[in-house]
Design a protein around this ligand. Structure first.
Ligand SMILES: [Zn+2]
Length: 379
């Protein structure tokens, strides 16, 4: 026995006889390595302090060694009832806590109106009038919603062009944000394809101009068909100044229809990056009630064009979605550039509407041309 043994020769340990006999057992070994029988840990504190399957030829010293190496916490708890009581209370509190968290999660999953994101509580109000409902890049103009403006912020396209595309005449005008988007998009298309034959055929069209186009179409195809191809005066997106029709300028100094195919498909596939959408597509014909027009683009702003493209929404569907979002439950998403946005709707409350916007964020407010305002916040 080594000198640091708990027992010495003058005070022989209990069962020292058995211990002597057991010196052949390597003390670092598991006391059970010499038998296939292992004690049942759950029964280790039976009244005789021995495992249930305690081997008959086992000595007590080995048993103590085993207990020293593997402290018996339950035994300790039984010896200290107050400690045991504390442990039980802690366990009960922990179980209640876990159940509560799980139950909250399951309730949250069932609710459909749980906010995805909560804007800071610090808001200020911006006054908007009923006239403002009909202005801004998100105004919805279709067969149900008449355009009530004659363009806004109109400027000459050719005077502001970056010369990487053609413009059909000096009279073509558009909202400045649309001209900027065209410069960016067709400038990048030139870098991609080396072509400058895309022509801006038409942007802003006044009510009077639209009336003439519509009557010309009726003369050609009849009234029932005309409405499918040319918007009824007052119901054309071109009256907003946010829409553009493209054609292709050819070597014969005439134009071909723009179909968005071949190399030009780059424009239709990438237009959302510049805030533009192909407004009328075959798949959404039943909603827009206008046939496929690969040449007609509408400016809506980058985050909105991105979200619609990413979710395969036409503008009508997107407006429906936004109408269900308030400042306490905004539509929140991250665009392809990694910018995060929150968009929500504020219904008109009469001639004056106080539109809440969060303090400290850059935002835009646009009318919806229906009955309120969309707030777009960059987070
Ligand atoms: Zn058009």
């Amino acid at each position: 026995m080594s000198s640091n043994t708990p027992y010495n020769r003058r005070q022989p340990p209990p069962n020292s006889k058995n211990m002597q006999r057991h010196h052949s057992v390597n003390p670092t070994e598991s006391p059970y390595s010499h038998t296939n029988m292992k004690p049942n840990p759950g029964s280790i504190h039976k009244t005789d302090n021995r495992p249930r399957n305690y081997p008959q030829n086992y000595n007590h010293a080995v048993q103590r060694e085993f207990q020293r190496k593997r402290p018996n916490y339950l035994y300790q708890l039984r010896k200290h009832p107050k400690l045991a009581f504390g442990v039980v209370i802690l366990a009960v509190v922990a179980i209640i806590f876990v159940i509560k968290i799980n139950s909250n999660n399951s309730i949250g999953a069932k609710k459909t109106n749980v906010p995805e994101f909560v804007l800071p509580k610090n808001f200020i109000s911006v006054n908007k009038t009923t006239e403002d409902i009909h202005t801004g890049e998100l105004i919805l103009v279709n067969k149900q919603h008449e355009c009530e403006i004659n363009g806004e912020n109109l400027e000459s396209v050719i005077d502001n062009s970056n010369k990487k595309y053609q413009v059909s005449s000096n009279d073509v005008k558009a909202n400045k944000v649309l001209i900027n988007a065209l410069n960016d998009m067709l400038g990048d298309f030139y870098k991609y394809a080396g072509k400058t034959d895309v022509m801006v055929a038409s942007c802003f069209r006044s009510y009077v101009k639209q009336e003439k186009l519509y009557q010309d179409e009726i003369a050609q195809v009849g009234k029932s068909e005309a409405g499918k191809w040319v918007a009824i005066p007052g119901y054309s997106e071109h009256q907003t100044g946010f829409a553009v029709d493209l054609t292709l300028y050819n070597k014969h100094l005439t134009t071909d229809q723009y179909n968005g195919k071949g190399i030009y498909s780059w424009i239709n596939e990438n237009c959302y990056k510049y805030g533009l959408v192909q407004r009328y597509q075959t798949s959404k014909n039943s909603i827009t009630q206008i046939y496929n027009e690969p040449w007609h683009f509408r400016y809506l702003g980058e985050p909105h064009a991105y979200y619609m493209n990413n979710n395969n929404f036409c503008f009508e569907e997107y407006v429906d979605l936004l109408h269900s979002r308030s400042k306490s439950n905004p539509l929140v998403f991250t665009d392809y550039l990694g910018k995060k946005w929150a968009v929500y709707y504020v219904a008109s409350t009469g001639f004056n509407t106080q539109v809440s916007v969060p303090v400290g964020y850059s935002y835009t407010i646009s009318g919806d041309n229906v009955n309120g305002f969309f707030v777009t916040v960059m987070l």
